[in-house]
Every structure is written in C-alpha cells, then in structure tokens.
Write a protein that binds this ligand. Structure first.
Ligand SMILES: [Zn+2]
Length: 502
C-alpha cells in the first residue's frame, strides 16, 4: 500500500542574521577560529548586565517576514525560555513566545516547475543563539561563546509540506530570499541556516493531525531530503504494522549511517516556563514604519525568475539557475544590456530598438544563459571560486558573445578565450589577437587542410563511403585538430561532405 499514507510535514528554520553586532550587546557578530574573542559581560550572562535590542536585527527580520507575505503586528515582545544547558550562560534564552515579530505568511514553491504551491507560514520570531560546545580528546567539554547571543530569525511553517522534495524546494526558495535581502549568507554547511522537520503520516483522505516526530541535526539540503525520506518510510512501516506513533518524539539524523535515532520525548512549551523578558520593553512600531520597509524590498528571486522567463523567453530551469544567486542574475542582465546596445549599433538593422530586441531576445537570452550556466559555472567549480569573485566584466562577456554570434570564433576557441578572461579579466578581442585564435574562414586554407585529412585517412573515408555516418565525425575532428581548432566545424563538415561526394 505505497500510497495509503500521506506525509504531513512542517519546517522550523533558523537563520543567522548578518548584523554587525550581536542580538542584545555590542560584541561582534562574527566567526573566529579562536574561541571567546567576541564576548562581553552581557553575552557571557554576568549578573547585573542589561540586554539592549539590536534594531538592525529587527529590521532584517521584518524584511524577511514582509518577503514571506506575513502580517506584522505593531506590538511585539520578548520572552525568556528557561532551560539549563552549559551552552546557555544565563540559564534562559531570550526568544519570542506569544507575540512574535510576524505571523500568517506564505511562500510559493513550484514542485512541477509550472504550478505554484503555497506553503503557509505560521510565524517568524527573533531570538539569540547559544554558545558552541566542543569536546576535546581528553574528554573535556569546552565552551566557545563567540556564537552566544548572535541573532537568529526562526521561521515556522504550517504542516503544508507533503514530501522531502517539497521541503528542499521550500528551503532553497527561502535561502534565496534571505540572500537577496542581504539578511544572511544562509550557508547550511556553516550552520548559518539550520532546519528541523516535524513529520507525521495520516491515512489518505484523513484531515486529522497525528503525533509528530521532530527530526533534528540536518545540515545540508541533501541531508534534509534523506532524513525526511527515511522518516516517511520508517513511519509508514509503523502504520502498516498497526503501531503508528502515539506520542510526539524527537529524533536526530545521523548522516553517516543514514538513519534517525530516538533522542528524547519532546518538551512542551510549559516545560520551558516562558515568561516576558523584564529587561526589554515591548517593541511598538507604526504602520508607516512597516510600509517604509516594504517599499525598500528588492525584487525577490521568484519574481525575477518569472520576469526572466517573460522578458528573455528563458526556460524555467535556465531562469531558476540564473536567479539562484543575485550576483549571477545581475551579471546576466548587465551582459544582456551590453548586447542590446551592440545590436542597436549595427547599421544593417531596421525598426525601433524595441522591435529589433523582440526578434533577438530569445537567441541572445539563450546564448548568454548557456555560456554563464555551463562555461563560467564550470570554471568556478574547477577553480573553487564564488561567482562574485569572477573577474570577467559584463562588457567583456558581451563582446565575447558577439564574436561567437558573428562566428568570428568557433566554440572551442571561444572556450579558450573565456578561460583566459576568467584568469586575467582581459578583453576578448585582445586575447583573440594575442593567442591567434581567429576563426579561419579563408576557404582556400580550409580546403588544403580538408584535402590533407582525406588523403591521410583512406580507410576512414572508405568506411564513410560504405555508409558509416560516424566516420564523418572522426574526419571533422581531424580537420579541427589540424587547424588547432580554428576552423568552423560546420564549414569543415560541409566541405568534407562535398569532397566525399555525399
Ligand atoms: Zn556581548
């Protein structure tokens, strides 16, 4: 009965906010190999110190909430969540309980790339992070307080997610949003973005919610997907054997073993004895202040993706790849804008700029998207550098693309030029000249090479003549090799066919 049960999944995502200082003190909000360098009496929990709310964290949290279509109450307050653990010097964490920063939002994901699915958001609140525990070889536990008191935003979704794939899509979408806002690097591997998933099953057609299992400790998109899949399987077996979970539980994901492990039964909110934080006055804001922040929101990734599809006739997957990182999408648009001015400068075209662009935009969009997402990404991966560190300027990229478009270089020469541009940030026409990569279009010269290849490969020529189409590919390759990649392969193919009488 593979489809007899439906997964019901809610996500709790913590994002580390990229503020200059910590949530309630002036200590730097940064990471260091050296422990306990960004600390002060407040984040060390010394008696008699007073927390002061970081307004930048409030602003970033509100921008995130507005991007997620949340309602922003004009009054919000902070509470103490009491529990004892060595990573929590005060014995409580300052968080938000019953009056969070934002409530009732939604975010759309595109599971089938065409139809949006709304994932509703229950709340978003601000809180401080705990310190980090380290266990050394001698068996000592050490505490590094650099992270203690750093600002977090916690997002809680409604249980609208129905599969591991949807959970991953939601997280990717959310990660892009906070990156577009400059609110967080949201790097899962570095712990800037952490996810817990509440998972339960129910018989298909049943609307009830059954006791859920909270899965923790997933620190990559891949582990979120694997852990949720594992948990769905584990729970369906329990349901099938008539022993569905009867109490809520917490399980930790073991990435090495690929399994979840029972940790403890979950505390209720009552166990934390939440009460209002007496040292931080409730925060009140006006509708105008919120509206001002809303107007300052940048174009968000989903909107930009749909615009790219409409404006450049890109496929969903190309548009998605280009808009994952705002730096990439800006580079794409600046390159396109350079190509547009180049098209306008051509003399043999007619009509208004707008009309001309309409007839070229699909070709130009595809060409540019293709060279960025395959070639530049490949170079970034090989050299292990971020796209933001790429030295190629949009002007130079556009120039290379016009050279490709006008067939002044063939694709292999263009790749070589791009590689040099990638290393030096140089100008493609200068590289073209210096490295003698101009496409040979002189038919006399190509003729000679083709002739030599045919006489040197009599048996392959015979194969081709006896009907082996693939033999032609080999001959084209030989022409390319002999010309050091400077011959246009289309011309070589045509000439070979012509000479071999087909
Ligand atoms: Zn501090």
């Amino acid at each position: 009965m593979p489809n007899a049960y439906e997964p019901v999944i809610g996500l709790e995502i913590h994002i580390r906010l990229d503020t200059t200082s910590k949530m309630f003190c002036g200590s730097r909000n940064a990471e260091s190999e050296e422990p306990n360098v960004f600390t002060c009496p407040i984040c060390m929990g010394h008696p008699g110190t007073l927390p002061v709310l970081n307004q930048e964290a409030v602003r970033l949290g509100t921008m995130i909430a507005l991007s997620l279509n949340c309602d922003i109450p004009l009054l919000t307050k902070f509470d103490r969540k009491n529990y004892f653990y060595p990573d929590l010097p005060k014995g409580y964490q300052i968080s938000q309980y019953d009056q969070p920063l934002a409530i009732n939002g939604w975010l759309e994901i595109y599971p089938d790339e065409i139809n949006p699915k709304k994932i509703h958001i229950e709340r978003l609140h601000l809180e401080e992070d705990a310190a980090k525990l380290k266990h050394d070889e001698a068996g000592n536990s050490l505490v590094d307080f650099n992270r203690a008191g750093t600002p977090l935003a916690e997002l809680v979704t409604k249980p609208d997610v129905r599969s591991a794939a949807e959970a991953k899509l939601f997280m990717q979408e959310f990660q892009q949003i906070v990156r577009y806002l400059g609110a967080s690097h949201a790097d899962m591997e570095k712990g800037h973005m952490r996810c817990d998933a509440n998972i339960s099953l129910r018989p298909v057609g049943d609307d009830a919610l059954y006791p859920k299992t909270e899965v923790k400790n997933m620190n990559s998109f891949r582990s979120v997907e694997r852990a949720i899949e594992y948990e769905i399987n584990r729970q369906s077996q329990l349901w099938q054997s008539g022993s569905a979970p009867e109490i809520t539980a917490t399980r930790g994901w073991d990435d090495q073993k690929g399994i979840t492990i029972e940790q403890r039964s979950k505390e209720d909110a009552a166990d934390y004895r939440y009460f209002p934080e007496p040292d931080i006055p409730p925060l009140t804001r006006t509708a105008e202040e919120i509206e001002l922040l809303r107007r300052r929101l940048p174009e968000l990734p989903m909107v930009r993706r749909l615009r790219f599809m409409a404006e450049y006739e890109l496929s969903y997957s190309d548009a998605k790849t280009l808009t994952t990182d705002p730096v990439v999408s800006t580079f794409f648009e600046e390159t396109i804008s350079e190509l547009r001015s180049w098209l306008n400068s051509l003399e043999d075209t007619e009509g208004s700029d707008e009309e001309r662009w309409k007839s070229y935009r699909k070709k130009m969009g595809r060409l540019t998207a293709g060279w960025i997402t395959s070639e530049i990404f490949k170079l970034c991966n090989a050299e292990k550098i971020e796209f933001s560190a790429v030295k190629i300027t949009p002007e130079n990229m556009a120039e290379l693309l016009t050279m490709i478009y006008e067939k002044r270089v063939n694709s292999s020469a263009a790749q070589k030029i791009l590689h040099i541009m990638f290393q030096t940030g140089g100008d493609p026409s200068i590289i073209l000249r210096e490295h003698d990569l101009t496409q040979v279009s002189d038919h006399g010269a190509i003729d000679e090479i083709v002739h030599a290849v045919i006489s040197a490969n009599a048996s392959v020529v015979a194969d081709y003549r006896s009907g082996k189409e693939k033999a032609l590919m080999y001959l084209v390759g030989q022409v390319m090799k002999a010309s050091k990649g400077k011959v246009n392969p289309e011309i070589a193919t045509d000439l070979l066919k012509q000479k071999l009488g087909s």
